[in-house]
Design a protein around this ligand. Structure first.
Ligand code: ADP
Ligand code: MG
Length: 415
């Protein structure tokens, strides 16, 4: 069947033709369809059986950017990448990826588990909610998906076949432009808070050290096919509750540097940290304690990620048949090699986190943590702090010995 953009009406007749769905839903007369997408690019429907309360989510890509309209074309084949990445992540980390019930590349759609009882993490963090298991869960997700899609785990042939499958031209171009280019110069797509001082903008756009560092991160993003990345792992792509964490929306998936995913999580949590200086949802001591939780979470994410990554690597080497790491002192040498690899990954993580932060302040796409604050002066104070932290991070990314040092820098900017 040729591609058709579904509507709330046609969703049902489509589902009725899919064997997986006639097994899932018994009575199609009881189904209610609601469009729930708050995203920028695609259409998302919830289909619910009103008698049993069973439900699914159907997400369909359209051949343009939804929030702009048909005047901004974007290949609907981005859904091919989302489907393949979801299946891959489900395979390596089933507990943090929704169940996939049905997909169609022809129709650019996927039908998946409804995570309705969970909420998008960004909104919850803005409200000041604590998620004690988040660091544990997201570090597992990243360690599993990144390690197991890399040359450290896959055979050389399998890895290259994967790289080939995930050449995601149009969505990588969006990242190259919006995360690594436009925000760092005077560009028509940028949007600045009018209360933000020119000196803060210049710090990002005119400081030679920052410009060189961003150009280096951009080149690394484009040329370092280490692992299959989620590609857009900000806290708006994570749904969480007290006990569960799920990662959704991997349409930007491609083979890139591991630090880009880890940096996305950490950079977004730093933006939340600085944004909680504005006391709306919570206030006073509560917001100080909340900021502390955010820093502890950043710390725990990095440590757990690094430790899980290393554990998997050692386990994988231990069951390999080749003799490369079999000589007197090999155990120590391997450990040293892994630690060196993780140190480089740490520097990348910091550099990419910084880009994720700077572009949210100056570029087109903002984050609600600070962009929804009505008082522009207060918002500018937050944005200035984010720029301060991020510019130091990117320039000094090779010089931090620990995540604690990075947190210390954040607390020097905002105690
Ligand atoms: P986009 O790619 O257009 O940004 P997302 O995949 O982020 O779309 O989905 C948009 C919104 O739809 C999410 O923010 C979330 O509120 C909702 N959503 C997406 N997938 C699910 C799911 N599996 N369960 C429940 N809600 C979902
Ligand atoms: Mg998306």
């Amino acid at each position: 069947m040729s591609y058709q953009q579904l509507t709330a009406q046609s969703v049902l007749s489509y589902l009725q033709q899919q064997p997986e769905m006639t097994e899932f839903f018994t009575d199609f007369n009881q189904l209610e369809v609601r469009e729930i997408g708050d995203g920028n690019l695609n259409f998302v429907y919830r289909i619910k059986d009103l008698s049993s309360n069973k439900s699914v989510i159907l997400k369909q890509a359209v051949p343009y950017v939804r929030c702009i309209g048909e005047s901004y074309p974007l290949s609907r084949h981005r859904m091919d990448f989302e489907i393949a990445a979801l299946l891959n992540a489900k395979h390596h980390c089933p507990e943090h990826v929704p169940e996939i019930y049905h997909y169609s590349k022809d129709q650019s759609l996927v039908v998946m588990q409804d995570l309705g009882e969970l909420a998008i993490l960004r909104g919850e963090i803005i409200k000041g909610k604590v998620f004690p298991l988040f660091a544990e869960h997201i570090s597992s997700y990243m360690a599993n998906t990144l390690f197991r899609s890399s040359d450290l785990f896959l055979s050389s042939e399998d890895k290259k076949a994967q790289v080939k499958q995930f050449v995601n031209v149009s969505l990588c171009k969006l990242t190259e432009d919006f995360v690594f280019t436009n925000a760092y110069m005077d560009h028509e797509t940028n949007e600045y808070n009018t209360a933000l001082a020119q000196s803060a903008i210049d710090r990002v756009q005119k400081d030679p050290a920052v410009k060189i560092a961003v150009a280096q991160m951009r080149y690394k993003f484009m040329n370092n096919a280490q692992a299959l990345l989620h590609g857009d792992l900000h806290i708006g792509s994570i749904m969480a509750g007290p006990e569960h964490t799920y990662v959704i929306d991997p349409e930007f998936a491609f083979y890139g540097p591991m630090g880009f995913d880890v940096g996305a999580v950490i950079g977004n949590l730093y933006m939340s940290y600085f944004s909680h200086a504005y006391e709306s949802a919570i206030s006073g001591e509560q917001s100080v304690a909340y900021r502390q939780w955010l820093l502890e979470t950043i710390q725990a994410i990095w440590h757990s990620f690094a430790s899980k990554f290393k554990t998997q690597w050692l386990a994988h080497e231990a069951q390999k048949q080749d003799g490369y790491w079999r000589f007197a002192g090999a155990e120590q040498a391997l450990s040293q090699y892994i630690d060196g690899f993780i140190n480089e990954l740490f520097a990348d993580t910091i550099g990419f986190a910084a880009c994720k932060m700077m572009r949210r302040v100056l570029g087109l796409a903002k984050v609600a943590d600070f962009a929804d604050i009505p008082d522009l002066e207060q918002r500018a104070a937050i944005e200035t702090n984010i720029i301060e932290h991020a510019t130091q991070m990117i320039v000094n990314r090779h010089n931090y010995d620990s995540i604690e040092q990075l947190n210390l820098q954040a607390t020097r900017i905002l105690p």
